[in-house]
Design a protein around this ligand. Structure first.
Ligand code: NGF
Length: 294
């Protein structure tokens, strides 16, 4: 397969902010080190939903790309999510990430306005044709409202620099159809709680928020599924989903940040308007940690 170097388990990187919403560089570096040294991920997806990216200024996005590359260097793969409904911002960020040496860029489907498929295609070709790099489509219909068909993915893949998709959806029929139609394109699972069924469909890797704290189990599920050991993989998916259910019920990103703090990582605050964990959520996070991660 082309681009096989990009296969694997990627944490969707969390970002540590201070109380005023500024990037906490020391904390961000600690989160990156935790992912590399403890979670043993193959790569990081920088600037995604988990990075609270869509609440940030262009300068802050650049700062995060710079810090992540500086901390990780070439030890793991790095994907920069540059998508924005301002395509000129996306181009500038794609150019910056490419200059920094990112292994690939990714862009969320443009959202909020109901863009036509031709507009979406123009967006992706404009971004990737502005750089010497490769691009992974970020498809997350539940948050963007953008649903693309097998044929439309194929039209985007006509550009050889568009090498795959981060598939954050529960539509396993579509996932199977994409796998069959485009065996040479990368497909990453985006929902951590559905990694096993996605792995059975033949994904090339996964990108997830919960891997920041549960990366070891994520790899086990992926590798066991690839080895055909589905029952063993399912047992680990069950524990993983007990953990993910508890995290989701307590608030996704605030809880993952608290779980990192319980391991000595300065994961900081969430970026307003997203609220950080209150005392009740912190207490529940401690229980979650003791039950599943301690
Ligand atoms: O957080 C979301 C939003 N999805 C992530 C992941 O797809 C996000 C997923 O890991 C991501 O990769 C990014 O930061 O851009 C979920 O948090 C997890 O499966 C729990 O539902 O839906």
């Amino acid at each position: 397969m082309k681009n096989a170097d990009m296969k694997g388990i990627y944490s969707a990187l969390l970002v540590s902010f201070d109380e005023n919403g500024k990037v906490n560089e020391k904390g961000l570096r600690e989160i990156i080190r935790h992912n590399i040294d403890k979670m043993k991920v193959d790569g990081l997806y920088v600037g995604g939903s988990t990075g609270e990216n869509f609440m940030l200024s262009t300068e802050e996005k650049r700062e995060i790309f710079r810090i992540a590359k500086d901390e990780a260097k070439d030890s793991i793969k790095l994907i920069a999510q540059v998508g924005s409904i301002n395509v000129y911002e996306s181009v500038a960020l794609a150019q910056y990430a490419t200059e920094l040496g990112y292994d690939a860029i990714s862009a969320v489907t443009p959202f909020y306005y109901k863009f036509t498929f031709q507009e979406i295609k123009d967006y992706y070709n404009t971004i990737i044709n502005s750089v010497e790099n490769r691009l992974i489509i970020y498809s997350i219909p539940a948050l963007t409202g953008v649903n693309m068909s097998v044929a439309q993915f194929g039209e985007l893949f006509e550009n050889e620099k568009i090498i795959g998709v981060k598939f954050t959806a529960a539509d396993f029929f579509l996932l199977e159809r994409l796998r069959k139609a485009y065996p040479d394109h990368l497909i990453y699972a985006g929902f951590d709680e559905m990694m096993l069924p996605a792995a059975v469909c033949g994904i090339d890797g996964a990108i997830g928020s919960t891997f920041n704290v549960n990366g070891i189990r994520a790899r086990q599920i992926y590798e066991l599924a690839q080895a055909g050991k589905i029952e063993e993989a399912l047992k680990i998916q069950h524990v993983t989903n007990d953990l993910i259910s508890a995290i989701l019920a307590n608030g996704l990103y605030p809880t993952i940040k608290e779980l990192l703090k319980l391991q000595g990582v300065d994961a900081g605050y969430c970026h307003r308007p997203m609220a950080s964990a209150d005392e009740g959520q912190k207490a529940v996070a401690k229980e979650i940690f003791d039950n599943y991660l301690g």
